[in-house]
Design a protein around this ligand. Structure first.
Ligand SMILES: O=C(O)COP(=O)(O)O
Ligand SMILES: [Mg+2]
Length: 223
C-alpha cells in the first residue's frame, strides 16, 4: 500500500448528519424569528462550517447584520449541542472500511469543518472515536477546508508526508484542500457538495463507499 495514513471528512462521508443539522437550523430559525428552511436547502448550505451554514439560512435578499448572525450562531450552538447525533446515521461501508484501513496499520484521522465542540461528542456518541489517531475540526487550525492547513496539520501529527496521506471526502472543499496539501484524494458520491454533484474528474477516484475506497487504494500508483 502506497499510503501510510488516511484522513476522512466527517459530514457526508462518515456520517449522514443532515437530519440533526436541519433540526438545529429549524429550532434556531424559530427562536430568532426568521423564515424556515427545508431540509433540501440545509443540505445545500452545509460544507464551509457552522457560521456559513447559519449565515446561508438567514440570507434571503440580503445578508444578516453582524448582531443578528451572532445571535443566530449562539442559538444554533445551543440547539445542535442537544440534537447532535440524535438522527445521525453511519453510511453503509463505513465500519467495514475503517476496519480494513485499521487492519492495514495505517494512521487514521478525521478532518472536518464542523467545530470541535460537536465533532468529538459526535464521534463518541456514534462509537467511532477509537478508530482515529487525530481529529482536526473546523476551529482546530486558523483556516478550514478548502484551505490545505487542516490536512497538513493532520499529516504533521501523524508524522507522514502529505503525498503518502489519502484524503477521502464528499465535496469540492475536500478535493481543493487535499490538492493544495499535495495529498491524493478520493470522493464518495453520496454526501453533501453544496447543492451540486461531485465531479469525478477532479479527484483521483470516485468510490461508492469507504470499503471500496480501501480496495481502490491497494492499487494506487503514483504517475
Ligand atoms: O461543517 C461543515 O460545514 C461540513 O463538515 P465536513 O467538513 O465534515 O463535511
Ligand atoms: Mg463533508
Amino acid at each position: 500500500m502506497h499510503f501510510q495514513s488516511v484522513t476522512f471528512d466527517l459530514d457526508g462521508t462518515l456520517l449522514d448528519t443532515i437530519a440533526d443539522l436541519a433540526e438545529a437550523c429549524r429550532l434556531m430559525l424559530d427562536e430568532v424569528g426568521a423564515p424556515q428552511r427545508t431540509q433540501a436547502e440545509v443540505h445545500s448550505f452545509v460544507g464551509k462550517g457552522m457560521a456559513v451554514l447559519v449565515e446561508r439560512c438567514l440570507t434571503h435578499d440580503k445578508a444578516p447584520t453582524a448582531e443578528a448572525l451572532h445571535a443566530a450562531i449562539e442559538s444554533f450552538k445551543r440547539h445542535y449541542t442537544e440534537v447532535n447525533g440524535r438522527f445521525t446515521q453511519v453510511y453503509p461501508g463505513v465500519i467495514e472500511g475503517l476496519q480494513a484501513w485499521k487492519a492495514g496499520g495505517l494512521k487514521m484521522g478525521v478532518v472536518t469543518n464542523k467545530p470541535g465542540m460537536f465533532t468529538e461528542a459526535l464521534l463518541e456518541r456514534m462509537g467511532m472515536a477509537d478508530y482515529f489517531d487525530v481529529v482536526v475540526s473546523g476551529d482546530t487550525t486558523a483556516h478550514k477546508k478548502p484551505h490545505p492547513e487542516p490536512i497538513l496539520h493532520a499529516c504533521r501529527l501523524f508524522g507522514v508526508r502529505p503525498d503518502r496521506n489519502l484524503h477521502i471526502g464528499d465535496s469540492e472543499n475536500d478535493i481543493h484542500a487535499a490538492r493544495a496539501a499535495g495529498c491524493p484524494t478520493y470522493c464518495v458520491p453520496y454526501g453533501y457538495n453544496e447543492g451540486k454533484p461531485v465531479d469525478s474528474a477532479d479527484c483521483d477516484a470516485l468510490v461508492s463507499d469507504l470499503f471500496a475506497a480501501h480496495r481502490q487504494a491497494l492499487t494506487f500508483k503514483t504517475s
